[in-house]
Each structure stands twice: as C-alpha cells, then as structure tokens.
Design a protein around this ligand. Structure first.
Ligand code: NAD
Ligand code: MN
Length: 499
C-alpha cells in the first residue's frame, strides 16, 4: 500500500472531507507510486481559508523581525535536511538528486533573504506640502494569500512565494501542485517545526479545477500568487478580477538566445544546450529558440548538433543524466503533438524528434533532445511554449533582424545574447521584450535577492523574489500627522488655508 499524505489545515493534519485521494507517481519510473494525497474540494479550501483568516489577526501583529526569525529557523531546518529533501523532490519531480539539491538550496536562500527583510521592511518619509505636517508610508500585509505553484521547481517556487508572503504578515493557503505534493508536505512540516503559529500556513492538496478553482474564487482570499501556464493564469486572472483581488501571475515563456557573429561559439553552444534540454526543457526560462547570425550559422549548428548528440537521457536516480523525463503522460502528448504539427508544417527535425523506447525509457516519458529548423516565423512551434526538450533554430541577417524575431513571440520572460560587443550587449537590454536579459549566459539563472517575472504573456501584476517580493505581498499605507493644531489641506485655496 502506498503511503497516505494529508492536508495541513489550521495546525491539523487532515484527510479531504470527501475522503477522496489521488495518486502521485515517480516520473522516472511510473511503476512506482509515491503516495496517495487528499483530493480536496471547496469544503477543505473553505476550512483552510477560515483558519488562515483567524490566524492572520494574530500574525499581522507580530513584529516583522520576529516573523523573520521563524523563516531563519525554517531555513536552518531545510539546510540540515537538504539531501533528504532533495531525494524526495527528485523522486516525485524526476530531476536528478543533484538538480533537486539546487532546488532546495534556492528555497534555503530565500528563507534567509526573506527573513532578513524583517529588519529592512522600510517605508518612506517625505516633507509635506504644508507646514507642521508629517508624511510617511508604511507597508502592511494584504490578508489571506492563496498560493498555487508549478511542479518544475516544487521547493524553490513554493519558498519564493510563501516566505516573502509570511514575512509581510500574511496568512497563506498553499495549493500544492498535483505532480509534486510530497515536497510541500515537508515544507509545511518544516514551518510547523520552526514555530510558525497554527493557521498561518495551510496546505491543501488537490486538482486545479477543484481545489485550485475554490481557492482563487474564495471571497476571503485577498490575493493570489500563481506560477503556471498562461492559459490557466488567464482563468485565474478573471476569477480574481471579479472581486478585485490582488494578483501576481508568473507564467510561461518562449525564451530565445541570440548568437551574434562575434560570439564565442563554444560558450554559446554550452549555454543553449543546457538552457534548452536540462530537466527536459521544463523551465519557464528554458531556451526554446536560438536565433543565429547567418555568418556563423553553419559553424554554430555543427557544434550544437554534436553537443546535443552527447546528451545523456536518463532517470533522476542517476546523477549522470543530462536530460531527465517529462513529468507526465499529459506532457508527453503535448510535446510530441507540437513536434508532429511542426513536421506537418514543413519543419526539419535535425536531432531527436520522438519518445525514447526500451529498457528504463519504457518506465517514463523520455524524449530525445530535439533540434528543429526550417520553421516559419508565424508557425505554432515558433510562437507557443512547448515545455519540453525542443529547440527551434532561426537564422538572422543582422542584430536588428534577430531582435525582430526575438520580439515576435507573444511571451517575454528571459532572453540572452552571446556577443563580445559591449554596445550590442547594452543595446539588447533596451531592445529585448523580456523580464530578464542575460549576456553570455543561458536564459535561466535567477537569484533569490533579485526580482523575477516577465512581460506580455509571461506574467501580470508584480515581480516576485528580491525586494520586489515585499511589494507584491504587501500594501502601502500613506500616513499623515498634522501637528499645526489647524485644519489645513493642500487642496484648500491658499486664502482659505491662511484664514
Ligand atoms: P498549469 O497552469 O497547468 O498548472 C499550474 C497550477 O495551476 C497547478 O497547481 C494546477 O493544479 C493549477 N490549476 C490548474 N487549473 C486551475 C484552475 N482552473 N484554477 C486554479 N488553479 C488551477 O501549469 P503546468 O503545465 O503544470 O506548469 C507549467 C507551466 O508553468 C509552464 O507554462 C511554465 O512556463 C510555467 N512556469 C512559470 C514559471 C514562472 O515563474 N514564470 C515558473 C515555473 C513554471
Ligand atoms: Mn508524480
């Protein structure tokens, strides 16, 4: 019998009220069921939200440096359990343990960063336009924050959202992602052990259209912070707009690397290959397009295809795997569907292009790293997010041409330029429509103390992480103290004010 896991609601570990469960399997070996998780519905979410609402009243009054201490403690516990957490994460996500260690470390880093913000939660003061009047701002929590995450970085994304939200004094209801719920069980246990008061963090497992929908449409949820696809982000955005709840949406990408004629081609190939194929391209910041200057196109492609052919596809249990499996059968269908439609539209498959078969490959959803060219600029595979190890190559005649191709995608998350020309590098920051730009590096590599997020279809609302997280998860209050002992107002006509 697989292990049964529970929701964490108002300090209690509970089954779904309906008694229903869903199974979670190991994507590196789908014969292995990891556990059964509560398939929660509206009633469970209601219970979690009322617990959070009650706990919020106390938590909002705890001084921010004290709230920060709970996060420091959580970070320390995570640090002491890092390897164990990575093994659990690797088993349900499919990435290598080594890769999972990075995921956990990113969460630890956020615990300490957000914890420190407890002593840096600054407001502003300003001189008033009137005499003897004091003007300042302070930040306050939003209320109950609903957090919905993606499975690709189950620990990092959960920590990047939840820690800043808690630091700001919010109470949280976290809906785990159904492919990676076990990681969040440990996350909740760690916060419980770190001394977070009951009800301040609630964890509800379940499916998107059930538990997720109940959370995003709950009238007492003041804010939703979501990481996932743009399609679901739009549904959530509508739900929240209906009651003017605050939203922060971190969505998909169609990220490109531009390789200029003066680029270090070996460096560019290394950056493109790891950006496109590691964790099977299942990053919001994965490199899914490479735009190569015509004069180095042939030389670049030769190196790219050679390096691609050297990638080792294998299970997460083998740290030597360069490329691990897709998360689910649904993802497999999605990715192979994109490749098939591209072929029909006339694209040329230069490498990979299909599911791998035989031996360990039959136990999971393994796709060969795929490189495609001969793609029209308006083809589906040129514009839509695939979320698999699939790279589309374009040729550009100039920097301007490359930028036009780059910006033709409806997404704008991460962009990268390989060049030695400092003028082009800085020009790229101005020209690329993206939330993050990299020079001579892959399209991923965000750091916890720096803001993160995208433009166009890649996001809406706020940047998260870094100092921006504080802005996302709190509200500014503007505060005035009049010590003139007169009723004065900047909107009065001067003669009135001076009477
Ligand atoms: P998804 O949108 O299908 O699911 C994400 C989450 O939304 C899950 O927890 C799911 O249960 C929930 N959900 C689904 N339907 C819902 C509904 N109707 N109401 C409320 N919640 C609902 O995304 P996915 O395919 O699992 O994840 C991959 C996507 O996430 C990609 O598009 C990727 O680019 C994106 N992503 C973005 C970032 C970022 O920070 N920008 C990071 C990681 C992943
Ligand atoms: Mn799973």
């Amino acid at each position: 019998m697989p292990k049964t896991f529970k929701n964490y609601i108002n300090g209690e570990w509970l089954d779904a009220i309906s008694g229903q469960t869903f199974a979670n399997v190991n994507p590196s070996n789908i014969e292995e069921t990891i556990g059964l998780f509560p398939r929660s519905g509206k009633q469970d979410v209601d219970k979690a939200v009322s617990g959070a609402l009650a706990a919020f009243e106390q938590w909002r009054q705890v001084p921010p440096p004290e709230r920060g201490k709970v996060l420091f403690e959580a970070g320390s516990i995570m640090k002491s359990r890092k390897k164990e957490l990575a093994v659990i994460l690797s088993r349900e996500n499919g990435k290598t343990v080594n890769g999972a260690m990075g995921d956990v470390q990113s969460g630890i880093d956020m615990a300490f960063f957000a914890g420190g913000e407890g002593r840096r939660w600054y407001g502003r003061t300003a001189h008033s336009g009137l005499k003897k009047r004091f003007a300042m701002t302070k930040r306050y929590p939003v209320g109950v924050v609903g957090i919905i995450t993606s499975w690709n970085f189950p620990m990092a994304i959960t920590c990047w959202k939840t820690f800043p939200a808690l630091l700001c004094g919010n109470a949280v209801v976290l809906k785990s992602e159904e492919n990676t719920p076990e990681t969040t069980v440990h996350f909740a246990q760690i916060l419980e052990e770190a001394g977070l008061p009951r009800g301040v963090l609630n964890l509800v497992h379940g499916l998107g259209p059930e538990a997720g929908e109940a959370l995003t449409s709950h009238p007492d949820v003041a804010m939703i912070s979501f990481t996932g696809s743009s399609a679901i982000g739009k549904i959530i955005g509508k739900n929240c707009a209906g009651r003017l709840a605050k939203i922060s949406l971190e969505l998909g990408g169609k990220n490109a690397v531009i390789v200029m004629d003066d680029a270090d081609l070996d460096l560019a190939v290394d950056g493109v290959v790891c950006g496109a194929f590691s964790i099977s391209g299942q990053r919001c910041t994965a490199t899914s397009r490479v735009i190569v200057h015509a004069s180095v196109y042939d030389a670049f492609m030769k190196k790219l295809l050679k390096k691609t052919s050297q990638q080792k596809v294998g299970p997460g249990s083998d740290d030597k795997s360069d490329i691990t499996p897709l998360i689910s059968g649904k993802q497999l269908e999605r990715v192979t569907g994109y490749i098939e439609r591209a072929k029909k539209a006339g694209a040329r498959i230069l490498s990979g292009g299909s599911r791998l078969k035989g031996d360990v490959y039959d136990k999971g959803y393994y796709i060969a790293p795929t490189v495609i060219d001969n793609v029209a600029l308006d083809a589906q595979i040129a514009l839509e997010e695939v979320f698999g190890p699939v790279l589309v190559v374009f040729k550009a005649d100039s920097y301007e041409d490359a930028i036009a191709i780059h910006n033709s995608a409806p997404y704008g998350l991460a962009a990268s330029l390989f060049t030695k020309d400092v003028n082009k590098a800085f020009g790229f920051f101005d020209d690329a429509q993206a939330g993050a730009c990299y020079i001579n590096g892959p399209t991923f590599g965000s750091e916890p103390h720096m803001p993160f997020g995208g433009v166009k279809n890649s996001g809406l609302g706020y940047r998260e992480a870094g100092w921006a997280a504080i802005e996302a998860f709190s509200e500014v209050k503007t505060l005035y103290v009049d010590y003139s002992a007169k009723i004065q107002n900047v909107q009065f006509e001067k003669k009135d004010a001076e009477q």
